[in-house]
Design a protein around this ligand. Structure first.
Ligand code: MV4
Length: 462
């Protein structure tokens, strides 16, 4: 399945492995990073907010340091409190996980100034690929397909109208600094384009402190296909194949799988190689995900690059056998990649269901509170990434994801059967969760055929 490069297996490469790492996150991803640290012989140090005091995963760390009250702004998003904890614990590096400070170039820069390694890209590489306009420019340069649209930010209304009449309606307005669908607007004609532009720029300024917007051709009925990539500090970059994340609601993914269903071998190679080329040419070191939209003919267009580990990384780990979190740490420590592209093969099919403390019957309203009964599924091909145990209380302060159920099987059909079986075993009481919705999805014929697009769930829930 996976052969490591013999020559580099026994030596450490150019880097010095860290002794101690601070985990600037919480919940399941904090636990995931603790596990990676332990397997690398690194002492993990956790930080926690008052809302997470007593969480069971904290006991698995060598140290746990309280960094403030429940609200994230006063704890997990507070740069000076996290840096203070890192200095007190005398760590070599900080792993930011996902969300919170993970894509903040200013935080990566503070880490550098404090001589603490940020486990992620350099602030420069983060800025090059994290800004959508800059990223599209880099993609064009690397001959990665992008949607036709404005070259960079729109300066005035007339320019936007000119571009739109050239590429044709519908067009979409996006914020250069945006992400996750915030600040986007679809325009079907010149009048709506003109009236939406100013508003979009004002909203982007208010939300991201950057009012730059751009326009591109809008694609309907698309699939969301993303490619996992790894780059090292020595100029090497590889991909770990793709994931399909089309099943989402309001830009929150609910089911992810790898490989993408019904994707032709040639298209697959093309999209994956495009992604690897982009981060290689951008001299990016770390893990990244290059997002694409794909049309019915399997033409693909890059959307954006996520410069962090993603929630759905386990499906890629299951089919490739690569531990992405451990590789991120090795890369940050300066080690060269331990695989060449030809060492990476995939086996079987993996699916992840996000288990959220939400009520699908009540517009996915958050359902925090005590968990009196937590009975995890198990057996062959089942992986559960969670920090929850019986007696744990889901705090109301943060993201509602409480577990990720991942299955792996020889093919997609068997993976769906296995997921249905695991979901049947899974009990979480008395809080409401997305488990019943996932049970329903695993029996949906359109899902089973692998014929969903990014609007599938909206239609199903209507
Ligand atoms: C698009 C698009 C259609 N055409 N861009 C949404 C989040 C952000 N990553 C980009 N998004 C989209 N960009 C063009 N040119 C449709 C979406 C989109 C979407 C993308 C991926 C997953 C779910 C989505 C849901 C609605 C819209």
């Amino acid at each position: 399945m996976l052969r490591e490069r013999g020559a580099q297996r026994s030596r450490k490469g150019a880097g010095r492995m860290f002794s101690r790492v601070l985990i600037a996150n919480r919940g399941e991803i904090a636990l995931r990073i603790i596990r990676a640290c332990r397997e690398l012989g690194i002492e993990p140090v956790c930080v926690y907010s008052e809302a997470d005091r007593g969480a069971p995963y904290l006991r698995l760390a060598d140290q746990a340091i309280c960094i403030g009250p429940g609200p994230a702004k006063e704890s997990y998003l507070n740069v000076s409190r996290i840096i203070s904890a890192a200095e007190v614990a005398n760590v070599d590096a900080i792993h930011p996980g996902y969300g919170f400070l993970s894509e903040r170039a200013d935080f990566a820069r503070v880490c550098r100034d404090c001589k603490i390694e940020f486990i992620g890209p350099s602030p420069e590489a983060m800025a090059r690929l994290g800004d959508k306009v800059a990223c599209k420019r880099a993609a064009k340069e690397a001959k990665v397909p992008i949607f036709p649209g404005s070259d960079g930010a729109i300066e005035d209304e007339d320019e936007a109208v000119k571009v739109a009449s050239k590429i044709g309606y519908p067009v979409i307005i996006k914020a250069a600094a945006g992400g996750g669908g915030r600040g986007m607007r679809v325009c079907h004609n010149e009048a709506t384009l003109r009236s939406n532009l100013k508003q979009a720029a004002q909203e982007a300024q208010a939300a991201f402190g950057n009012g730059a917007v751009f326009i591109e051709k809008f694609l309907e009925h698309a699939r969301h296909v993303e490619v996992q990539v790894l780059g090292d500090k020595h100029g090497h970059a590889i991909h770990l194949y793709e994931r399909d994340c089309s099943i989402q609601r309001r830009h929150q993914k609910l089911v992810e799988e790898a490989p993408a269903p019904n994707l032709d071998r040639k298209r697959r190679e093309a999209v994956c190689e495009s992604a690897a080329r982009l981060i290689r040419e951008a001299k990016y070191a770390g893990a990244a995900t290059v997002e694409f939209l794909m049309d019915a003919k399997q033409n693909f267009y890059m959307l954006e690059v996520n410069t962090r580990v993603q929630v759905e990384h386990p499906v890629t780990e299951q089919i490739t056998g690569v531990d992405i979190v451990k590789e991120m740490i090795r890369i940050a420590a300066g080690e060269p990649l331990r695989f060449r592209q030809r060492d990476i093969a995939t086996r079987g099919h993996a699916i992840e269901c996000r288990i959220n403390a939400e009520d699908p019957e009540r517009k996915f309203m958050p359902s925090p509170g005590p968990v009196d009964r937590f009975e995890p599924p198990g057996g062959p091909g089942v992986r559960l990434d969670t920090h929850v145990v019986t007696g744990y209380t889901v705090p109301p302060n943060y993201d509602s994801m409480i577990a990720k159920l991942i299955v792996h099987a020889d093919d997609r059909r068997q993976a769906i059967t296995r997921m249905a079986r695991a979901l049947r075993e899974f009990r979480v009481d008395p809080i409401k969760t997305t488990i019943p919705l996932h049970r329903q999805l695993m029996e949906n014929s359109q899902f089973i055929e692998g014929g969903v697009d990014i609007h599938f769930l909206d239609r199903l829930l209507k």
